[in-house]
Design a binder for this molecule. Structure first.
Ligand code: GLN
Length: 198
């Protein structure tokens, strides 16, 4: 069974690791470049993207992460992790960088302080019934998507909150804090597909 990495610099990586283990995956916490050599997939957790970015650069992980993702490593980013994956970050802090993998623009903290956190039931056709109970915590929104990007879920007002592009998956919300792990299962299916294709 392939091992799945969880980027463990900052944020709620323990919650993701627990979900992946519950689904039967072997998990490796990724903190150093050589951890990436051992994994067949990677989850980038929620947290604070500006801090995660700084730590990734300080630990020499930014380039290895970019290279692994460009090489086809299936990668799932939630919330801050989605921001890390995005090519274009709006409202980042001065000098904030990202991994530049997913052809989207995301706006950080897009729901403002009044509605910083909320929960909503989302229809996600690729996951089937019932709707996914989605928890948003100071969440970003996807404000534009390139041609290669498939939208997996939007709010009722049309704002995009889940996307896929090749082996990349991103959600503005946090499935790891609910008990509905269909997004992680969907991701693991992709990891296993890619690993067994060779
Ligand atoms: N607002 C955070 C950021 O900009 C993301 C919040 C989260 O991951 N829950 O990184």
């Amino acid at each position: 069974k392939p091992e799945v990495g969880v980027l463990a610099l900052q944020g709620d990586f323990r919650e993701h690791a627990a979900v992946l283990r519950e689904l039967g995956a072997g998990v490796r916490l990724v903190r150093r470049p050589d951890d990436l050599d051992a994994v067949a997939g990677l989850v980038i957790p929620g947290g604070e993207s500006s801090v995660m970015d700084k730590l990734a650069r300080a630990f020499g992980l930014q380039e290895p992460l970019r290279a692994a993702i460009a090489d086809g490593l299936p990668t799932y980013g939630t919330c801050a992790g989605l921001i890390m994956l995005a090519e274009r970050v709006l409202d980042g802090i001065a000098g904030q960088q990202s991994l530049g993998a997913l052809d989207v623009s995301v706006r950080r903290n897009a729901f403002g302080s009044q509605t910083a956190s909320f929960e909503v039931d989302l229809d996600i056709p690729v996951l089937g019934d019932p709707p996914v109970h989605a928890v948003f915590i100071r969440a970003p929104i996807v404000v534009d998507t390139g041609e290669r990007v498939t939208v997996l879920a939007s709010l009722d007002d049309g704002r995009v909150v889940a996307v896929e592009q090749g082996n990349l998956l991103g959600t503005a919300f946090h499935p790891e804090v609910t008990h509905d792990y269909r997004f992680h299962r969907y991701f693991l299916d992709r990891v296993e597909d890619v690993a067994f294709r060779g």
